[in-house]
Design a protein around this ligand. Structure first.
Ligand code: ADP
Length: 487
């Protein structure tokens, strides 16, 4: 194989920052293509549905003169293709008012059909653009049908003779499960409805489809790639993942160091770096003021920025809050998601007005203020495919207190006094007792060992979680997928 040949990669995803984001998936799909094209020999393009909230005027979108036309089961469809160039990568937005262009990303009864349609449209788009992709890089269940179509409808299409598929699992908990009756509408034959293919407990499972049909599969940290092959973390797909274990890899996510940088971040009151940590203290006072908490630089403040779901353990935080507060700490809680968790967090702010500040919305500038102004960052996840928040917090000199699972175990290191290495505080048990113990250790070092605290901040801020290394690993993964495809 000619390893110097330019690689053409088409990224397909339901979320891309800044256009549509509910979590880390969007950040990864916007920053990895940029990192790949920075390597020099990758032409990376991205495709996303054009949701109703993505306005042409907000981003100055351009439009291709011709519409994309294709048919599914004999029915003709027409999709408008808008596009934008960012950081030497092209992003395509597929507009179809009935199916794709709606006001929310997810949550419709026909999501199975919508994302099946999107998968089909992505493949047709490559042809329409005459973009002979070496790789379709598919992210999570929403585009799990691309590998299926590539092995069925498009299997003998000469245009795609050299196109391999890579499927990345960002979160196995979201699987895209739909009734089997949808299958014919997706233009997929019943011969695919088998346990070793895309059938799952009598229905369809799009993430399983991605796993079973793609040339190679990967997840977003090495540890999670191992965990998901066990019943404990496998979300009932562990046997399918073990079946693909020879083609299953783990590549840890990076973060975009231009987007997340305390020295250039316009959203925080004072920019800072390692040589000007006073700026961090000023941000801390601003955060306390913003949340209506007593302003005092000596009080340890612990941040949390997250989707509010079971995975992220907001219930454990709530159960631990009283003890944490009795250690004299403040909590800065930002999250949106399930109503009962929002209630728990709001109640904490009501019960402890001097110690807890809660905002239950999606708020990027406030998230940045929390990363910059907190001393510690809480991530007691029940499972964590990679996690970006701990990487961001370390970049901002805020030390993670995290459960040793998935990507957290791969990226946060406990302080070792003999080597002086370490960036955070880890715990194993999924209990408030274990969390309180870890928080207690963090507060103890914060209060009583300023030198170690300073050293840990240095270690965190000097860690390299930029995309460079992981982007190179993805290039190797693409080469493996091509090899596999050509076998
Ligand atoms: P996940 O992808 O599981 O949601 P990650 O840690 O990988 O978790 O990524 C979360 C991303 O979403 C981070 O960039 C984080 O700052 C952002 N985020 C999560 N919740 C919010 C919120 N309520 N407001 C602003 N940003 C948020």
């Amino acid at each position: 194989m000619d390893t110097n040949k330019e690689l053409k990669v088409m990224f397909a995803s339901s979320e891309i920052t800044p256009f549509a984001k509910t979590g880390g998936l969007a950040d990864v799909v916007s920053s990895l293509p940029k990192a790949l094209s920075n390597l020099g020999n990758v032409d990376a393009r991205m495709v996303i549905p054009k949701y109703g909230f993505i306005y042409d005027s907000a981003y100055n979108l351009k439009e291709l003169p011709d519409t994309l036309k294709f048919s599914i089961r004999g029915f003709p469809y027409e999709v408008r293709v808008k596009y934008l160039d960012i950081d030497s990568c092209k992003v395509y937005f597929l507009e179809h008012h009935d199916i794709l262009t709606r006001n929310d990303i997810y949550g419709y009864d026909d999501d199975g059909y919508r994302f099946g349609f999107f998968a089909r449209a992505v493949i047709e788009l490559a042809k329409f653009l005459d973009f002979k992709s070496d790789i379709f890089h598919c992210h999570d269940w929403h585009v799990g049908l691309i590998p299926v179509y590539m092995k069925t409808i498009y299997r003998d299409d000469p245009f795609f003779k050299d196109t391999a598929t890579v499927f990345t699992i960002h979160n196995l908990a979201y699987q895209g499960r739909f009734p089997k009756e949808l299958l014919p509408y997706l233009d997929i034959g019943w011969e695919e409805f088998k346990a070793e293919k895309m059938e799952f407990w009598g229905g369809l499972n799009f993430i399983k489809a991605g796993v079973m049909y793609s040339d190679v599969v990967n997840t977003v940290s090495r540890k999670y790639s191992q965990e998901i092959q066990t019943p404990e973390f496998g979300e009932a797909l562990d046997s399918s993942l073990r079946f693909r274990s020879d083609d299953l890899y783990g590549i840890v996510n990076g973060i975009d160091y231009d987007v997340w940088n305390p020295a250039t971040d316009e959203a925080i009151p004072v920019k800072y770096d390692l040589s000007s940590l006073d700026g961090k203290t000023t941000n801390k006072l601003a955060l306390q003021r913003e949340l209506g908490l007593p302003q005092d630089a000596q009080i340890p403040i612990i941040g949390f920025v997250s989707r509010l779901t079971y995975q992220k353990s907001p219930d454990i935080i709530s159960d631990s809050a009283h003890e944490i507060i009795s250690k004299g700490a403040q909590l800065a809680l930002l999250g949106t998601g399930e109503e009962h968790y929002k209630y728990l967090f709001r109640k904490l702010a009501e019960d402890y007005p001097n110690n807890v500040g809660t905002i239950t919305s999606f708020n990027d500038p406030l998230a940045r203020l929390i990363y910059a102004g907190s001393d510690m960052f809480l991530m007691p996840s029940r499972f964590e495919p990679c996690g970006l928040s701990q990487l961001i917090s370390m970049r901002y000199g805020t030390l993670p207190i995290a459960r040793r699972t998935g990507g957290l175990a791969d990226t946060v290191y406990e302080y070792d006094p003999t080597t002086g290495k370490g960036t955070g505080f880890l715990f194993d048990d999924m209990s408030s007792g274990a969390l309180i113990w870890a928080v207690g250790r963090a507060i103890d070092v914060y209060r009583n060992d300023k030198q170690v605290w300073r050293k840990m901040i240095e270690n965190a801020m000097e860690s390299d979680f930029s995309w460079g290394n992981s982007a190179r690993e993805y290039v190797n993964l693409y080469r493996k997928a091509i090899e596999k495809h050509n076998k």
